[in-house]
Ligand binder design. Structure first.
Ligand SMILES: *Cc1c(COP(=O)(O)O)cnc(C)c1O
Length: 221
């Protein structure tokens, strides 16, 4: 299968309200351009400096999604252009994104990453921590960020039921937040969940953004 065919296949498989993000981390620019020529515009990366380098040389109408763990000292590399940061996992990081956004006169859209997997290695907030964050005084002073929704990664397992339950609990929290009185910078529109191995379950459980890497580009370099 070519990249072009893979993109077409996922476009067809996804419901209208679900965005395909082509995860191009470690992939060379030539392959990203192949996907671009096939009409793909949303790409995901997990390293700030790699993201900046690709932004510099690739077409400017690409929407770049930061999906990996982001260190505060790296925010400055992507603040001028990043389309959406999926992986916000602390107040400290949010404060830094706000600061860098202010410098470049932007409001940077973010998702809050929830820790939904049983694996200990995955980053993210608990539900309780999200509620504390959104109700904190400090959060309300952050005028150069907006929160557009939530992101989560399921446990890496063959147990489909477990994956489904994790996505379902994230969706339930998303819907719960939607119905709450939230600060004006918060709106629960996007639910980023699903990767190559589990995107079909994620879509069934209400994903609005799937992040697909290897199933589009093949193995990583
Ligand atoms: C690498 C990565 C993906 C894509 O994974 P694939 O299994 O290659 O589809 C999705 N989300 C995040 C956060 C990633 O780091």
């Amino acid at each position: 299968m070519s990249i072009e065919n893979n993109i077409a296949k996922y476009r067809e498989a996804l419901p209208a309200g679900c965005l395909l993000i082509a995860v191009s981390k470690t992939q060379p620019e030539a392959l990203i351009l192949e996907a671009y020529e096939a009409g793909q515009r949303a790409f995901g990366e997990n390293k700030a400096q790699e993201l900046q380098k690709k932004y510099d040389v690739l077409p400017k109408d690409i929407e770049w999604h930061m999906i990996g763990h982001l260190q505060t000292n790296k925010v400055k590399y992507i603040a001028p252009f990043v389309h959406l940061i999926h992986s916000v996992d602390s107040l400290k990081l949010l404060v830094e994104i706000n600061k860098q956004a202010q410098k470049v006169n932007r409001i940077i859209p973010c998702l809050l990453q929830l820790h939904i997997a049983t694996e200990e290695t995955k980053f993210g907030f608990s539900e309780e921590e999200v509620l504390t964050l959104l109700n904190s005084y400090e959060f309300k002073t952050l005028n150069n960020i907006s929160i557009a929704g939530l992101m989560g990664m399921a446990t890496f397992t063959d147990d489909q039921l477990k994956i489904r339950q994790e996505f379902r609990s994230l969706r339930a929290f998303f819907k719960k937040l939607k119905n709450e009185q939230l600060p004006s910078t918060v709106s629960m529109k996007e639910l980023s969940m699903g990767m190559s191995g589990d995107y079909a379950i994620a879509v069934e459980e209400g994903s609005t953004m799937v992040r697909i890497g290897t199933a589009i580009f093949g193995a990583r370099h």
